[in-house]
Design a protein around this ligand. Structure first.
Ligand code: MRU
Length: 366
């Protein structure tokens, strides 16, 4: 995808061939700055502080974090230390664990002297594979959008609602929920996106709106609580969101507030789809509400807000009365029964164990 006309991914190896460059997402949409990570500790901090965020991207950053660790010291002890610390940075998105496990498993099979090269090669492959996976999700999602648009008699505006940011900034390129939207736009379908602002960190307002704007996709930012009203008035043709962890039974954990959108969509007969790569499926879990660890973040994310002043400075101000406590859960779980379909790289599955196993039959034996 492009930022101000320049093709970019969200993570890549720097010109010195070992530092890991990322877009600083805490500065968007106001400043497009990159940062170079030079140690696994810096990678861990970038994930924890959400300089990089989004399930697939934190998986890739975790893998590069291990590569940085292997450059410094390729012993088993250092591998274990970096693995444990990186894994602890964000508990909900299972892609982080997937990326770390994939790489650690491979590294343990080779001699320490081979580990650094292998780690950088595999981390780069994880990124390339994610791009292909997202493109495939985009193609399957495009078929759904086209079908719904045609069924409605090809209206001049097809309204899709999305929550948080599951676009290319959350992945390496393309995105999960947004890949079908980009492909529909490219295919000439007159798509318009309702972008939930996504309090408290505003990933919708600051990242999704930025991405869509850079790509020229028609969109409108709405307050999080507006979706139900728009649905009641026939102004939402479908909803597509991403996910940070999906159980083997099709329960979907995504940014806080997703569940309320799914409830409103169900009540109003609006199709509610989820875009996800295989790396987001946690085959060990059955019950999303009881089993998925939900990240609780600093209440300061809720009590303070950052914006740009008239003279161009970024400023953070508080918005709560002094002494009022705040609670900040980052994710919620949408039960499978509220999900119309899971759009994966292998096709569209029913949100159920049977539906997922039809697409991933190799999981049956496990
Ligand atoms: O807290 P964030 O910004 O990392 O949360 C991101 C989301 O909730 C996305 O919807 C999710 O990671 C899917 S990414 C393609």
């Amino acid at each position: 995808m492009k930022i101000y006309g320049k093709s970019m991914r969200t993570i890549w190896v720097a010109d010195d061939s070992w530092g890991v460059e990322i877009i600083d997402q805490t500065k968007l949409p106001f400043e497009v700055t990159t940062r170079t990570l030079r140690s696994w500790q810096e990678a861990a901090t970038a994930i924890r502080d959400m300089v990089v965020r989004g399930a697939p991207l934190i998986g890739a950053t975790g893998a590069y974090g291990l590569a940085l660790a292997m450059r410094e010291d390729s012993s088993n002890e250092n591998l274990e230390r970096a693995y444990t610390a990186l894994l602890a940075t964000r508990p909900t998105a299972v892609n982080l664990r997937w990326g770390l496990d994939d790489l650690k498993g491979r590294l343990l099979k080779v001699a320490p002297s081979e580990r650094m090269g292998l780690a950088y090669r595999r981390a780069a492959e994880i990124c390339d594979e994610d791009v292909e996976t997202c493109k495939a999700i985009g193609r399957h999602g495009l078929a759904i959008i086209r079908e719904l648009w045609e069924k409605k008699g090809k209206p001049p505006r097809f309204n899709v609602l999305t929550h948080c940011n599951a676009g290319w900034l959350a992945c390496i390129d393309w995105g999960t929920a947004l890949a079908p939207i980009y492909m529909a736009f490219e295919a000439g379908i007159p798509i318009h996106v309702w972008v939930d602002e996504t309090r408290p960190r505003n990933q919708g307002a600051s990242l999704t709106a930025f991405e869509l704007g850079q790509h020229g996709v028609d969109h409108t930012v709405i307050a999080d609580n507006q979706g139900g009203h728009l649905m009641q008035h026939g102004l939402v043709d479908m909803a597509i969101v991403g996910t940070d962890r999906t159980t083997a039974t099709g329960d979907v954990c995504n940014k806080i507030g997703t569940y309320l959108k799914a409830l409103a969509a169900h009540d109003n007969g609006v199709p509610f789809y989820v875009g996800l790569p295989f790396t987001t499926i946690d085959w060990t879990l059955e019950d999303g509400i009881r089993q998925i660890p939900i990240e609780e973040r600093d209440a300061r994310e809720l009590s303070h807000i950052t914006g740009r002043t008239a003279d161009g400075r970024l400023e953070t101000v508080d918005i709560l009365p002094k002494g009022s406590p705040a609670l900040n859960y980052g994710f919620d779980v949408t039960p499978a029964r509220l999900v119309t379909g899971l759009i994966t790289e292998r096709g569209v599955a029913d949100a159920s164990r049977e539906g997922l196993l039809k697409l991933y039959p190799e999981q049956t034996a496990k």
